[in-house]
Design a protein around this ligand. Structure first.
Ligand code: GLN
Length: 492
C-alpha cells in the first residue's frame, strides 16, 4: 500500500486488526517517507529506525498471539524533550547534544505499554523557549504548508512531522502555547491538558508550574486516542493529579454542541496585531458552531494586558532555577580545557546555551534575586492569581471560551522578530498555562497565502473530554482538518 500515511489513527488500528498490513510494513512506510521527505522539512532530530523495527516486530508478534490492544503497532514521534532510555534527548540544545537518558519519561513508558512504535525524536525550540523552533541548536524546522515559513514552536518538530505525514501523531509540550500555536501554524489539532493531567516525569523542565505534555494530531479523534495513552496519575510526579481519567475516545460525542455556551472575550478580538484574516476565519468557525446550535455570548476577561508580562516573569524565573542543573559536570556539553571549576561552569554554560535561553536565565535570575524578588516575582504570582480568578468567573456563565490560538499565521523563517515582538505573539495562549486550564487548537481555514489558521477553545479544569468532543463534532461538519499540505501528498 502506498497511502498508509493518509489513514487516521482509527483506520490504522483497524487495518492492523484486520491484518491488512503489519506494524513492520507501516513502520517501514513511515521511515521511507522520513528518509525522503524530511530532508525538506527537517522535523526529526533523531530517527530511531533500528529500535522502531524491533518494536514493530514485537507488536506484530503480540498481535499474532492475540494479545494486541487497540493501538499496538502504531508509530509515533516524541518531542525531543521527553527522555528516552538509550536514545539521545537534546531538548534542542547544544548542552544536551550528547545526552543519553538512563530512563524513559512516563509518557514514553506509557506509549511503549500501549504498543506504540517510536519513529524518532522531533525538533523543538531550545528548552522549549520560543515560538518558531528556530532557536534549536539543530537548525530550523520548516512548515510543511510553506517551506520558507516556521512551523511555530516550541513543538514545531511535532507539528511539522504530523503535517507532512511523517508520523500519525506526536507528543508535544505546552508551557505557554507550545502545543496550540504550532498546531495552529501547521493546520493540526493539539490539546494542552489541565495542569496535572499528564505526568511531567522525564519531561525536561522549562517552567515547572506551567509545563504540560499533550497530544498533537490531525483530528480531535486522533488526539483522543493519544490522550488515552498519555493521561493519568503518576507517583513519580508529585504535581500529577490523583483523579480518574476519562475515556476520551468514548466521550467524543459526549458533549452536545446544541446549547453549548461559548464565551467570546471582547478584549481578545481587539488585540493590536490580530491579523484580519485570522480574525475572519475564527469568526467564521464560531458562526459554524452557532449554526450547529452553540450559543455565543460576549464576556469580559479584564486581565488580558497582564498576560505577557506576567508569564515572561514567571516562566524565566522558573527556568533560571531549573536550568542550573546544566553545569557542564553532570550532563552534556563541557567546555574544553577549563582552568578551574568556575571557568568550567561559566564556559560550559555560555558555550552550551543559545542566546534566547541565556536571555531567559538572566531575566529569571534578576527577578528572583534578593532585592527584586518581592517587586517582581511575588507580584507576578499575585497577578497570576487574578488572571486565574478572571477565568473562573467567566466559567460561571459559559461552558468554553473561544479565542484565536495566535494573532497571525506562520512567520517567515528568519523574520528575526525582536524578543518583545515574539513574546507578544503568545498573547492568546499564555493565560491558559498561568491558570492551569486545558485548551485545544482546531484548524479552521487558511489565509490568502494558504497558511493555516487555528481556533482555540479553552475549557474549565478537567474538561479535556468536552473540548475534544466539541472539536470532534465541528470536524464531522467541516473538513479543514483533513486538508493536506502539498508535501504531504508526495509519495516516498
Ligand atoms: N512561546 C512561549 C515561550 O517561549 C511558550 C513556549 C512553550 O509553551 N514551551 O516561552
Amino acid at each position: 500500500m502506498t497511502d498508509l500515511h493518509r489513514l487516521s489513527v482509527r483506520e490504522i488500528a483497524e487495518g492492523l486488526a484486520q491484518g491488512k498490513f503489519s506494524s513492520r510494513e507501516l513502520t517501514e512506510h513511515y521511515l521511507k517517507r522520513i528518509a525522503k521527505i524530511d530532508a525538506h522539512v527537517q522535523s526529526y532530530v533523531t530517527v530511531t529506525a533500528e529500535q522502531a523495527f524491533v518494536q514493530a516486530d514485537a507488536a506484530d508478534a503480540l498481535r499474532k498471539a492475540g494479545n494486541a490492544t487497540f493501538l499496538t503497532g502504531i508509530p509515533i514521534a516524541h518531542k525531543d524533550i521527553f527522555c528516552t532510555q538509550g536514545i539521545k534527548t537534546t531538548a534542542g540544545s547544544k548542552i544536551l547534544d550528547n545526552f543519553i537518558s538512563p530512563y524513559d519519561a512516563t509518557v514514553v513508558t506509557k506509549g511503549k505499554d500501549a504498543g506504540l512504535v517510536t519513529l524518532g525524536k522531533v525538533n523543538m525550540d531550545e528548552f522549549a523557549m520560543g515560538s518558531t523552533s528556530e532557536s534549536s541548536y539543530f537548525g530550523a524546522t520548516k512548515n510543511p504548508w510553506a517551506l520558507d515559513h516556521v512551523p511555530g514552536g516550541s513543538s514545531g518538530g511535532s507539528a511539522a512531522a504530523v503535517a507532512a505525514d511523517l508520523a500519525p501523531f506526536a507528543t508535544g509540550t505546552d508551557t505557554g502555547g507550545s502545543i496550540r500555536q504550532p498546531a495552529s501554524f501547521c493546520g493540526l489539532t493539539g490539546l494542552k491538558p489541565t495542569y496535572g493531567r499528564v505526568s511531567r516525569f522525564g519531561m525536561i523542565a522549562y517552567a515547572s508550574s506551567l509545563d504540560q505534555g499533550g497530544p498533537m494530531a490531525r483530528s480531535a479523534e486522533d488526539c483522543a486516542y493519544l490522550m488515552n495513552v498519555m493521561a493519568g496519575h503518576d507517583a513519580k510526579d508529585s504535581t500529577s493529579m490523583e483523579k480518574d481519567v476519562d475515556d476520551y475516545v468514548a466521550n467524543l460525542n459526549g458533549t452536545s454542541v446544541k446549547g453549548l455556551c461559548i464565551g467570546i472575550p471582547k478584549q481578545y478580538f481587539n488585540v493590536q496585531g490580530l491579523d484580519a484574516e485570522v480574525k475572519a476565519r475564527v469568526e467564521e468557525s464560531l458562526k459554524k458552531l452557532e449554526e450547529m446550535g452553540a450559543v455565543l455570548v460576549e464576556i469580559d476577561l479584564n486581565m488580558t494586558d497582564a498576560y505577557v508580562p506576567t508569564y515572561y516573569l514567571i516562566a524565566p524565573a522558573e527556568a533560571s532555577s531549573n536550568l542550573q542543573r546544566f553545569d557542564g559536570v553532570r550532563y552534556g556539553y563541557r567546555c574544553e580545557n577549563p582552568v578551574d571549576l568556575m571557568d568550567l561552569y561559566k564556559r560550559s554554560r555560555s558555550e552550551g546555551f543559545g542566546k534566547e535561553v541565556q536571555r531567559r536565565i538572566l531575566i529569571g535570575t534578576y527577578a528572583l534575586s534578593a532585592g527584586y524578588y518581592d517587586a517582581y516575582y511575588v507580584k507576578a504570582q499575585k497577578v497570576r492569581r487574578l488572571i486565574q480568578q478572571d477565568f473562573l468567573k467567566a466559567f460561571e456563565s459559559v461552558d468554553v471560551i473561544a479565542a484565536p490560538s495566535a494573532p497571525t499565521t506562520a512567520y517567515k523563517i528568519g523574520a528575526n522578530l525582536s524578543p518583545t515582538e515574539m513574546y507578544l505573539g503568545d498573547i492568546y495562549t499564555l493565560a491558559v498555562n498561568l491558570a492551569g486550564l486545558p485548551a485545544i487548537n482546531a484548524p479552521v481555514g487558511f489565509d490568502k497565502e494558504n497558511l493555516p489558521v487555528g481556533l482555540q477553545l479553552i475549557g474549565n479544569y478537567w474538561s479535556e473530554s468536552q473540548l475534544l468532543s466539541v472539536v470532534h463534532q465541528y470536524q464531522q461538519a467541516t473538513d479543514w482538518h483533513s486538508k493536506r499540505a502539498a508535501i504531504a501528498e508526495e509519495n516516498a
